[in-house]
Design a protein around this ligand. Structure first.
Ligand SMILES: [Zn+2]
Length: 318
């Protein structure tokens, strides 16, 4: 519950300017990190990601019934292999964000990602809701996830996507303490940016996500809930192609977040396959892992400020 300056609960309309401005300024988007040209003189950067959550979504909520777990198992048993085949056919790299428990259940899959030249990155321990954890628990689980992926694959991940696509009061400090090069959980821009904490540039690169460029909102359902948001995969392909086309025009980044247990179904893979065909018809596309994209973004941070590396308009006049 929101509190006023004295720590008492308060309606937000009673907050002082110091309070609401403090919440807003706690974590902001800083410099936009877009180089004049992408590596290889490309016009657009494409960063595909797959969150290999599998069984950890129900496990996170303590749901252990075979029916729920089987839905996640499909992602590992069927979806991931189909995705790896498709990426190999198009010869494009991707980043797989994998909860450590998912990687421990499917160690060969985790190793297959890196063996195929893709990036494996941190996505929590058991897809925990990091915003509900105390600082010590959040740090311990994140560190354990990092160590687990390194032990399984021999490579220490450099990136993280928080399972809840959100930050607790401690998340940023934990990322900096554990030495992550980038995060990919926030939504303040279409393009990569530097995270700024209470006015202080942190050096941490954010590769933003968005629900628009995610398969889950279009395709998942809750059996006992009233929502049936089934979209036609070909309609979703059109949305993603529009997102790519605009990124291409802007010379920016097209980033996508998919889940093997969601997109890996036969009729839905049509959307991903069609999208890759659409992108392949364009010259000057740089397919990058999120880590490669973060490196390119960080190089902008080290250089002079250009018109492409600042937001279009000032945030506000103090
Ligand atoms: Zn996830």
């Amino acid at each position: 519950m929101p509190t006023d300056d004295s720590g008492l609960p308060a309606e937000s309309w009673r907050w002082t300017e110091q309070t609401w401005r403090g919440h807003v300024d706690a974590l902001r988007a800083g410099r936009r990190l877009v180089p004049d040209r992408w590596p290889g003189d490309a016009r657009v950067a494409v960063a595909l990601s797959f969150d290999s959550d599998h069984e950890t979504i129900p496990l996170r909520d303590g749901e252990t019934s075979p029916g729920r777990l089987a839905q996640g198992e499909y992602g590992a048993r069927v979806g991931a292999a189909r995705i790896l085949d498709l990426l190999a056919r198009h010869r494009v790299p991707a980043t797989f964000f994998m909860p450590a428990v998912s990687a421990l259940i499917h160690p060969e899959e985790a190793r297959a990602y890196t063996a195929d030249g893709h990036e494996l990155a941190v996505h929590g321990w058991i897809h925990e809701r990091n915003t509900l954890l105390g600082r010590d628990d959040e740090k311990e689980l994140t560190a354990r996830a990092l160590d687990t992926l390194e032990t399984l694959t021999g490579r220490r991940p450099v990136g993280i996507r928080t399972p809840s696509w959100d930050f607790s009061d401690s998340t940023l400090d934990i990322m900096l303490e554990l030495g992550f090069a980038y995060d990919s959980s926030l939504m303040a821009d279409d393009e990569p940016y530097e995270i700024v904490a209470t006015g202080r540039p942190t050096g941490l690169v954010e590769i933003p996500v968005d629900w628009i460029r995610d398969d889950a909102p279009y395709f998942t359902m809750d059996r006992y809930g009233s929502v049936r948001p089934h979209s036609r995969p070909r309609d979703v392909l059109e949305i993603w192609a529009d997102e790519f086309d605009a990124a291409y025009r802007d010379g920016g980044v097209f980033q996508l977040t998919l889940h093997p247990h969601v997109i890996g179904h036969r009729s839905r893979l049509v959307a991903l396959s069609g999208l890759l065909d659409h992108i392949a018809a364009h010259p000057g596309v740089w397919f990058a892992t999120h880590a490669q994209l973060a490196d390119s973004a960080r190089a902008v941070l080290a250089g002079p400020t250009t018109s492409r590396s600042v937001p279009h308009a000032p945030e506000h006049t103090p």
